[in-house]
Write a protein that binds this ligand. Structure first.
Ligand SMILES: Nc1ncnc2c1ncn2[C@@H]1O[C@H](COP(=O)(O)OP(=O)(O)OP(=O)(O)O)[C@@H](O)[C@H]1O
Length: 322
C-alpha cells in the first residue's frame, strides 16, 4: 500500500490486522473484600435475608484463568455476579478494580471497567430486543466501545467474531432473536465478547439451558478465549461436571459463604468441607445397573458445616430466627 492510500484512510483500526490482544490497557485485578449483601425479606423474623456473607476473593487478570463458582440454587452466586458487574451495590464491603472502588469510578475508569468486565447470562434472549435483528447486538458494541468507524471493518469484525464462536455469519446475520436457537443466541453473546477482548468474563449459568453438545462447544470457546486472548472467566454454575470440564480453580459456595476453594482437581479429589463432599456425592454415576436413588439430605450436610452459622455482626439479628 502506498503512503497516500494509508493517509486517505480515516480509520486507523481498519488497517490493523486481527491481533490477539486489543489494547485494553494494563492488567487490573478485581478484588472483593468482606462483601455482604442483605435483602429485605418479608416473612423473615429479622426482616432480612443475607444472600452473601463476608466474601473475600480476588479475580486475577494475569495469568488468565477460569474460576468456577459452584453452589446450589439460592446460594448467592448470581448476587455475587451482579455485584461484580456493578449492577448491585453490596450492603457492606468493597469491590475494587485495579485498586479503585467500582462504585465510585471516574468516567474514564468506568469506561475501562465496562469494556474489560463483560457479562454472559443464562438467558441471552432477555438481552436481545425482539424487534431488532441480532446484528444490532454486535454493531452496538462496535459503536459503544469505538472499535472502528469504518463500516467495512465493522463487517469484518462481526464476521471474524462469529466464526470464532463457530457460527456461520451468513446463517445468523439478518435474523431476529426468535429465529435462532438458544445455543446460537448464547454464542452471539460470545462473539460480542470476542470483539471486545475483555480481561474478564462474568458468566452466570451460561450453559444451563443448552443441550450437552452445545454446552461442550460453549465451554470449549471459554477455554479458547482464556488461552488465545488472555481472558479470565468467573464461571458460575450449579453443575459440577461443567466445573470439572473447564478445569482451573473452583470456589464452592453455600448459603452465601465461600466454604472451600482451590484447584479443581484438588477440590474434587480431596474435598475438605462437608458441603463440597455432599455436592460431589450427589453427582449421578452413568451406570444403568446402579440407578441413582440417594436423596440429598441438605439439612444434615449443612449441620455438619464447621464454623458459626452467621458472622458476628449478624448474630443479634439472626438470634431471633426460630
Ligand atoms: N433483589 C432481591 N431481593 C430479595 N432477595 C433476593 C434478591 N436477589 C436475590 N435474593 C435472594 O438471595 C438469595 C441468593 O440469590 P441468588 O440469585 O444470588 O442465588 P443463586 O445461587 O444465583 O441461585 P440460582 O442458581 O437459583 O440463580 C436467594 O435466597 C434469593 O431469593
Amino acid at each position: 500500500m502506498s503512503a497516500s492510500q494509508a493517509d486517505a484512510n480515516p480509520d486507523p483500526a481498519a488497517e490493523q490486522p486481527s491481533v490477539p490482544h486489543r489494547d485494553n490497557g494494563p492488567d487490573k485485578d478485581i478484588e472483593l473484600r468482606q462483601v455482604e449483601q442483605r435483602f429485605h425479606a418479608r416473612g423473615s423474623a429479622t426482616g432480612f435475608l443475607t444472600a452473601v456473607h463476608d466474601t473475600t476473593f480476588t479475580l486475577r487478570a494475569y495469568p488468565p484463568h477460569i474460576v468456577s463458582l459452584v453452589g446450589q440454587s439460592g446460594s448467592g452466586k448470581s448476587t455475587i455476579a451482579r455485584i461484580i458487574l456493578g449492577l448491585q451495590q453490596p450492603t457492606s464491603g468493597t469491590v475494587t478494580y485495579g485498586g479503585k472502588d467500582i462504585f465510585s469510578l471516574s468516567r474514564a475508569d468506568y469506561d475501562d471497567y465496562r469494556r474489560n468486565v463483560q457479562p454472559v447470562f443464562q438467558d441471552p434472549y432477555a438481552i436481545f430486543n425482539p424487534v431488532y435483528r441480532v446484528d444490532r447486538v454486535l454493531r452496538t458494541a462496535i459503536k459503544k466501545f469505538g472499535l472502528t468507524s469504518s463500516k467495512a471493518r465493522a463487517a469484518e469484525l462481526m464476521e471474524e467474531s462469529l466464526q470464532a464462536v463457530k457460527l456461520d455469519p451468513a446463517q445468523v446475520l439478518g435474523r431476529y432473536p426468535h429465529q435462532l436457537s438458544g445455543g446460537q443466541r448464547q454464542r452471539i453473546m460470545l462473539a460480542r465478547v470476542h470483539m471486545l477482548r475483555p480481561r474478564f468474563i462474568i458468566a452466570d449459568e451460561p450453559v444451563s439451558m443448552l443441550d450437552a453438545q452445545v454446552r461442550k462447544l460453549f465451554l470449549d470457546i471459554l477455554v479458547d478465549f482464556q488461552r488465545d486472548y488472555g481472558m479470565t472467566t468467573l464461571f458460575i454454575t450449579h453443575d459440577l461436571s461443567t466445573v470439572y470440564y473447564v478445569g482451573g480453580d473452583v470456589m464452592v459456595i453455600t448459603k452465601g459463604r465461600v466454604v472451600e476453594q482451590g484447584p479443581v482437581a484438588e477440590v474434587m479429589h480431596t474435598p475438605r468441607h462437608p458441603y463440597t463432599k455432599m455436592l460431589l456425592a450427589s453427582v449421578p454415576q452413568p451406570d444403568p445397573d446402579a440407578r441413582w436413588t440417594d436423596r440429598i439430605d441438605l439439612e444434615e450436610a449443612e449441620r455438619e458445616e464447621a464454623g458459626p452459622e452467621v458472622p458476628p455482626g449478624d448474630q443479634a439479628l439472626e438470634a431471633r430466627v426460630p
